[in-house]
Write a protein that binds this ligand. Structure first.
Ligand SMILES: C[S@@+](CC[C@H](N)C(=O)[O-])C[C@H]1O[C@@H](n2cnc3c(N)ncnc32)[C@H](O)[C@@H]1O
Length: 250
């Protein structure tokens, strides 16, 4: 059974105050890049949102015309909050992605934001996603970038000239990282970039797009506290496809 930190009272209290949860996609700085990796048309499509949280992207897909969205999360608190928003076309299901089963050949598009770095049996989940996608279907996901997740003490330090430096260590030491982000003892999984790509290729996906997110000059101008985010990538965004998409699916 996976850790369910988002149902921890103290963690959840902090989490719901993050700008990306208060403002939704408008408060999610990597959203424009992530959204640009989506299939061009979602009208009539069948979508799954894995680790849906408050369901921001599930609702976006419905607004774009998706026929239905299966939105899965392990946290009852996250799902309760998601259900307070209009949920026409969305089926929320509480489930653990470590063991969750998806229907065969059922989805045109599968999405997951900032969730896969919590999963220990990635090979199982990736092959489940491949199994559930229709031929030509896409899987788009974001994770904490491995340069961000690797260090034992993941905090910027100042060098002798006062520049912010990210103390990268442990990069090749894959496995669990226990952090004190929002609450003590949050467990995440670290893998190198090549390991992520190898796992996707081993599941027989075709790599379609990959982006290392960094805020634009305009975003830093509007949010000066993001300046340090230009020093190292914080998120890795990936689109893979099952077989080659047709023009309509692209
Ligand atoms: C950082 S939040 C992201 C939520 C949402 N995707 C978003 O971007 O706003 C990570 C989500 O993954 C969920 N999660 C973590 N481990 C999970 C697991 N094993 N099975 C299902 N959901 C999980 C958490 O409950 C949480 O809602």
């Amino acid at each position: 059974m996976a850790q369910n930190m988002y149902d921890n009272e103290a963690f959840f209290k902090e989490y719901i105050q993050l700008p990306r949860q208060v403002k939704g996609l408008d408060g999610t700085p990597e959203w424009p890049d992530l959204q640009s990796m989506f299939p061009r048309r979602l009208e009539g499509k069948n979508v799954a949102d894995l680790g849906c949280g408050f369901g921001w992207v599930s609702r976006y897909c419905i607004e774009q015309g998706a026929a239905k969205v299966l939105a899965v999360d392990i946290s009852g608190k996250m799902l309760s909050k998601a259900r307070t928003f209009p949920s026409n076309g969305i089926t929320y299901v509480q489930g653990d992605l470590e063991s969750f089963n998806l229907d065969f050949d059922a989805y045109d598009f599968i999405f997951s934001s900032l969730t896969l770095h919590y999963i220990s049996n990635l090979a199982r989940l990736l092959s489940e996603i491949k199994f559930a996608l229709k031929p030509g279907g896409s899987f788009v996901f974001s994770i904490e970038h491995p340069i961000f997740s690797a260090p034992r003490n993941a905090k910027f330090i100042k060098d002798s000239e006062g520049h912010s430096v990210w103390p990268l260590d442990g990069y090749f030491d894959e496995g669990k990282r226990t952090t004190n982000w929002l609450a003590e003892g949050v467990v995440k999984e670290h893998h190198t970039v090549s390991s992520w790509i190898t796992k996707l290729l081993s599941a027989r996906f075709t790599l379609w797009q990959i982006k290392e997110w960094c805020p634009s000059e305009q975003q830093v101008k509007e949010n000066p506290m993001w300046a340090d985010e230009q020093q190292r990538p914080s998120f890795l965004l990936i689109r893979v496809v099952k077989d080659v998409p047709t023009l309509e699916q692209f």
